[in-house]
Ligand binder design. Structure first.
Ligand code: PMV
Length: 332
């Protein structure tokens, strides 16, 4: 194994209080702070090898070479790492997601978190958690929340130094399960990357942002006190507010499919019947149904019976991004 190689794993995360829109796009300082839960079963594994044998960076995702905009984003991150480490070799990046890429399951979060950790370690850097989180943030905002473990808050901050994520509770703190109802595995037509730029065109965005700290506090307290009812209400409100902004942008966006709405309605009905479950949706059609551990089997079962739901994935709260050794080449 070369000295200039490292492999990292990072988990995807589901935002309970969403990040949508930037206060500073170039530094990716968000308009509001956000809270998420890492997802144990859904990860990216990424290997970075700096080598004198390359005359440009290369990126292989899920076994296929990637060019254009995705390669450019990888190259930009590698440039920041090279600059920090004083290393001037190009790199080969191999990455694999064990879940559908680009369908609202936060593949950019886990992918860029794993890439940040692997690239910095391969270049000989030993960065602390907040510095890794800041570096990941520059590539994909939500990636900064996949660096720490468990339940994570990204403080918006006001500049590059103050905008990073930290853990507010360990993965073991609360046995929540995310039952993800897959409605479509297709690549989303407009990435969240592009969506953030449109957020400020919605007349609803200032109201969403103005109320964000209140929602954040309710959510943080609900997690710390393991208060599911309080969590459920604020999580659904926050998701609906983000989608209201998305649907009223110019040009307007729309991520939902008919089955997305079916699941939302079903979850609301089930909660009325006494099931501890709530929905939240990122920038895609799939619905994350958060529930208490002891109800997860029943809820996953019910979700799989809804027409238009092709698969239900389940995930526990996940840990932090970490380095792994001895990964077989065949795994990439
Ligand atoms: O980090 P990005 O640019 O992929 O944006 C993430 C946006 C949402 O997933 C919709 C919300 C969030 O906070 O993760």
């Amino acid at each position: 194994m070369s000295n200039w190689m490292a492999t990292a794993i990072a988990f995807s995360n589901i935002a309970l209080i969403k990040y949508w829109g930037n206060y500073d796009s170039s530094l990716r300082i968000p308009s509001n702070s956000s809270i998420s839960m890492n997802l144990d079963g859904l990860y990216s594994r990424t290997r970075v090898t700096f080598t004198t044998e390359r005359d440009m960076d290369g990126f292989i995702l899920n076994g296929l070479p990637v060019g254009d905009a995705a390669l450019q984003r990888v190259h930009n991150l590698l440039d920041r790492v090279r600059q920090l480490a004083g290393v001037w070799m190009y790199a080969e990046v191999e990455s694999r997601n064990n879940f559908p890429t680009g369908a609202g399951l936060a593949s950019s979060a886990s992918g860029f978190a794993a890439l940040t950790l692997a690239a910095s370690r391969a270049a000989g850097l030993e960065l602390g958690e907040s510095d890794l989180s800041r570096l990941a943030r520059l590539s994909s905002g939500s990636a900064c929340r996949s660096i720490p473990g468990g339940f994570v808050e990204w403080q918006a901050g006001e500049d590059d130094k103050s905008s990073y994520a930290f853990s507010i509770a360990s993965p073991e703190h609360w046995e929540l399960i995310d039952c993800i109802a897959i409605v479509s595995q297709a690549h989303k037509p407009i990435s969240s990357f592009e969506g953030h730029v449109l957020a400020d065109t919605s007349p609803l965005q200032p109201a969403r942002v103005a109320d964000a700290n209140r929602r954040l506090e309710i959510c943080r307290r609900a997690i710390l006190e393991r208060d599911f009812d309080a969590l459920a209400q604020v999580v659904e409100l926050d998701s609906n507010l983000m989608h209201a902004v998305i649907m009223t942008s110019t040009p307007l966006l729309q991520y939902w499919q008919p089955a997305t709405l079916e699941v939302m309605r079903a979850v609301t009905d089930w909660r009325r019947e006494g099931f501890p479950a709530c929905y939240t949706i990122d920038a895609g059609p799939n619905v994350h149904v958060i529930c208490l551990h002891s109800w997860a089997n029943q809820i996953a079962d019910r979700l799989s019976q809804i027409s238009g739901v092709s698969e239900v994935l389940t995930a526990h709260p996940g840990g932090s991004a970490h380095i792994v050794s001895d990964v077989d080449a065949a795994d990439f």
